[in-house]
Design a protein around this ligand. Structure first.
Ligand code: MG
Length: 300
């Protein structure tokens, strides 16, 4: 018999027996299956929960007593790198891209012929001559740490973007200004759009501060570049990130790029693997700027 039917039947039986003067204990026996079932289910639920509630919070006290050694890591052992005499000097594992002597590590961005910028007194100076243009490294890089120094001439003229404009393309992905430009420009009392000032990733990242030195003084960029990664179909797997110290001051803090830096339009990514580093010969009429002491440490 179904429990519900049994229940109603037993209730009817109870009424009949009460009428007949019978003791109600007989009736409680007949109703027992339902009440018993309810109690049983309640108790089962409580019993099921008790072990969870009763469980003490996870604590290291329950296991063996922790030791300092448990959290010590001994391998892999970092490679030994001998630092430079100063933090601006190349460490022992750096590739020196310019040491003041020659442009052996550089070629023309346009046709890959030897770079035609001038070298004198330990510095290289942009050649704004017609047909010369940007130069780039012979080598290609992915992730790296870069040190580069630059100087706006003391007699600089012009204003805004036309005052000592150059740039360090952290990855040159094609001709001209194709790539990811860390702007170089006089930023000492020189007003321009802030996402195009020195220390900016051109038109993408406003520098966090302006630590510019006066024209005529050497300035430094120390850069950590994490190249973007791409899927086979050209879509972005992971974006590019950049950290920049400008004269020792943090101006870009692990900034996530939206793609290549563009003069006009919204940035987009273009698939590449390894790329040269490129220096810009900007077309403005101001006096050409100089670079020195360029070195890089590969991080991949
Ligand atoms: Mg520029």
């Amino acid at each position: 018999m179904e429990p519900l039917i049994a229940f109603h039947s037993s209730r009817r039986a109870m009424r009949m027996r009460r009428t007949a003067g019978e003791h109600s204990d007989v009736c409680s026996l007949t109703t027992m299956p339902i009440s018993f079932l309810r109690r049983f289910l309640m108790l089962s639920l409580v019993a099921a929960c008790v072990p969870v509630w009763a469980q003490p919070p996870a604590s290291p006290q329950n296991g063996p007593k922790p030791k300092p050694e448990d959290t010590e890591v001994w391998e892999p052992v970092p490679k030994v790198v001998t630092p430079g005499a100063t933090n601006a000097a190349p460490p022992s594992d750096a590739i020196v891209l310019f040491d003041g002597k020659n442009l052996d590590e550089w070629v023309s961005n346009r046709d890959k012929t030897p770079a035609q910028w001038s070298v004198a007194n330990g510095v290289m100076t942009v050649n704004k001559g017609k047909g010369v243009g940007n130069i780039e490294t012979k080598r290609s890089f992915r992730d790296y740490q870069l040190h580069i120094e630059w100087k706006i001439p003391e007699n600089i003229t012009g204003s805004g973007q036309g005052r000592g404009n150059s740039g360090v393309f952290l990855a040159s992905t094609g001709p001209g200004d194709d790539g990811y430009e860390l702007q170089v420009l006089d930023a000492y009392n020189n007003k321009t759009y802030v996402n195009g000032m020195a220390g900016s990733m051109y038109k993408q990242a406003i520098p966090l501060a302006n630590p510019a030195r006066k024209p005529g003084e050497w300035q430094t960029y120390d850069v950590v570049w994490t190249a973007p990664r791409f899927n086979d179909d050209g879509s972005v797997k992971t974006p590019a990130y950049v950290t920049v110290f400008y004269n020792g001051v943090l101006v870009e803090n692990h900034f996530e790029l939206k793609g290549q830096t563009l003069y006009i339009g919204k940035p987009f990514y273009k698939k590449y693997d390894r790329a040269p580093i490129k220096l810009q010969a900007h077309g403005d009429a101001s006096e050409p700027i100089s670079f020195r002491n360029i070195w890089i440490r590969e991080l991949d």
